[in-house]
Write a protein that binds this ligand. Structure first.
Ligand code: ZN
Ligand code: ZN
Ligand code: ZN
Length: 204
């Protein structure tokens, strides 16, 4: 699969995953608030990725809340962070991590979504109220309906099949359908992406 491009949410630049990271470190590094820059990727779906900053004095609870909103939340399932195979509690501070560290985030221990977090830089940013700030994100994947080739908008969960609106309307069991959304949790449990408010808009 071709690597997905993404958008810088600070200036609107479009680039690949690594180029965006270098761009953030070079062009969006500066301010009063000391932070770490994280990369998040689906463990199995690396075409889904995020870059975000978190102040070093914040706790992992802020990252849990953010990942739930942008990528995970469907029915209030449990979640956990792991480091080197053991649990890393949510009360732990960001300052306990350093560049190069990785964490595994798991949401829902039934149909689990697994996300790898990597600390890719020590940066600073202008102070803001929200602890976690999204800096960049992959552009929505452009997949096609497996029946007719039109742009895919829905997932038939039982058949594990991408569909367009027209073909989805012919599926007898409506409960089988979920929206095709920009998240590694797409098509799992009841995930619809309703809390994801980070849609990229040009010229923002
Ligand atoms: Zn930028
Ligand atoms: Zn659920
Ligand atoms: Zn179709």
């Amino acid at each position: 699969m071709a690597a997905t491009k993404g958008n810088c949410f600070i200036c609107g630049k479009t680039a690949g995953k690594t180029a965006i990271k270098n761009h953030i470190l070079k062009d969006h590094n500066g301010g009063d608030e000391q932070c770490l820059l994280f990369k998040a990727e689906g463990l199995y779906d690396k075409e889904y990725w995020l870059y975000f900053t978190v102040p070093v004095n914040a706790a992992l609870t802020a990252v849990d809340k953010f990942l739930r909103q942008i990528w995970c939340e469907c029915c209030g399932h449990l979640s956990a962070f792991g480091r080197g195979g053991s649990e890393f509690g949510k009360a732990r501070k960001i300052s306990e991590l350093g560049v190069g560290d990785t964490l595994l985030y798991e949401y829902d221990f039934g149909s689990t979504t697994e996300i790898v977090l990597t600390v890719v830089g020590a940066v600073s940013r202008p102070k803001r109220k929200e602890k976690v700030q999204l800096f960049a994100r992959n552009a929505p994947l452009e997949e096609v309906c497996e029946k007719c080739g039109a742009p895919a908008t829905q997932v038939n969960v039982w058949e594990q099949e991408l569909l367009c609106d027209k073909c989805a309307a012919k599926v007898d069991d409506e409960a089988a359908l979920l929206p095709f959304v920009n998240s590694p949790r797409c098509g799992e449990c009841g995930y619809t992406g309703e809390q994801d408010k980070w849609t990229f808009a040009k010229g923002k």
